[in-house]
Design a protein around this ligand. Sequence first.
Ligand code: ADP
Length: 559
Amino acid sequence: MKDIKKKPVILYVDDEPENLTNFKFAFRKHYTVLLADSAKKGAEILAKEPVQVVLSDQRMPETTGVEFLESLASKYPHIIRIIITAYADIDAVIGAINRGKVYRYVKKPWDMEELKQTLDKALETYALQQENKRLVEELKEANENLEEKVRQRTRTIEEQKQALEEQSLMLQKYAKQQEQFLADTSHEIRTPMNAILGFTKLLLKGELTDKQKQYIQNIETSAENLLVIVNDILDLSQIEHGKLNIERIPFDLKDSIQKAFNTMTEKASQKAIDFQIHLDDKLPKVVMGDPVRLNQIIINLLGNALKFTEKGKVELIVKRCKSKEETPDLSAILLQIKDTGIGISKEKQDRIFDKFTQSDADIFRRFGGSGLGLAITKKLVNLLKGAISVDSEIGKGTTFSLMFQFEEVDKLRLLKRQSKAKEVSHEELRGLHVLVVDDNQLNKVMAVEMLKSLNLPMKIETAHNGSHAIELIGEKNYDIVLMDLRMPDISGMEATKFIRQELPEPFKSVPIIACTANASKSEEKKCLEMGMNDYLSKPFMPEQLFEKISTLIHRRVAA
Ligand code: ADP
């Protein structure tokens, strides 16, 4: 047994005892030689011993060598099979070799040296086959591991993907909720602000002592500041949710900028600041763009300049400038807002356009503010496809520079647009029959007072909800309806839909102005789609109310 383990094991099958003895004698030194005198005995040995090579004589009484070796092929495919044969049987042997069942044949009588070489070669083949088998198995195992790993990895990726999808859905839901929350809150804040500002304005028109006037002006300023913050937050949220629509309409560039500047002159004179505007003669007249957003940007920057300047000068400079992109229709415009105020340190200049950023904690204590103005300004500038930069020195002042490209258009386009909205005189508004619809008592009173403050003899009636409004409009031929949007039972939108669809003429085409505290472009669009004629965002001023009413009446008269 010991030998079997060390030396290669070879089985020799032959029915001639002499041949067996000779074989053993010749090779026992090199191999462990096992002998069998018949195929049957050989099979028995193979079942027990780890044989590597089988040699069999071809001519045996019961089973031929080829038959015996072929019978081993399926059970012991790894064992190397060699046949020993005389010339007479060569055909059968070659057939077996061709069928792949026999490794080689050895001619009788065999030469010891030659046979030794054949056996060694066979053993080498055996070793190689075993090595191959081992490698294949290793490879198979590695492959299986790899497949398992890939499966695991795929599972993990799937799980991660699902988690991400869930997260993204949650974020979308959260963003929607946040948007709704902002819309609701801003409505809730604007409604009372509307009342505060409206009544303050009305109070200021009455008889007051100087002290009373001063106090009320203070209330007005604070309320206006508060409204700026609320509007800023709402604006920013709308910009960030891609809800802010940018208009492209023809407008008079110089005129529009001059108007924005004029709104700030009072603030400048209160602080005794030298407030100047320089408009280049070469500026284009009528351009395409969004005048409201452009003015919002200018007013924001002028507001900051005046806020952070105690003495000296604030200037608005507007020039046409040379630009590579300038074409006959496209003009490059440079706007600069220069002040001689407190300035902004170099390191803070990078951050002032981020939201909720103020250059200094001390600034907040001294000047207040939400840190949103410049963030909104920058986003608006981007939406208008412009660029903004700042240059500033502490204690010396700040310059904000803005670049825009405007398409210059024919003046006729503007005139056409304006003629549609031509104002009517106060005379034409005499004797108007107006219905104010609002569920909020304060707002209703305020709208009535504001209408009265226009000093026109009007007949004003009120309705306290949507169904009440429908009832009144179905009976009387009003000239104008001011319709609040958010009301309990029937909303302003629903009431308008009903009026437009269900009432007979002339009641169904009464001009309706939507009044809402939720000032968004999409809301405005919805109102117009619902059949309303115009839209007023609360809190509104008497002048705005007058303008809207007169435009509508004019349109009606023209029609
Ligand atoms: P806030 O509403 O707080 O003024 P802004 O976004 O408008 O917020 O401005 C951010 C900060 O940038 C301000 O708090 C101020 O520190 C600085 N800043 C803006 N404009 C000027 C200016 N013209 N001069 C000096 N500092 C300025």
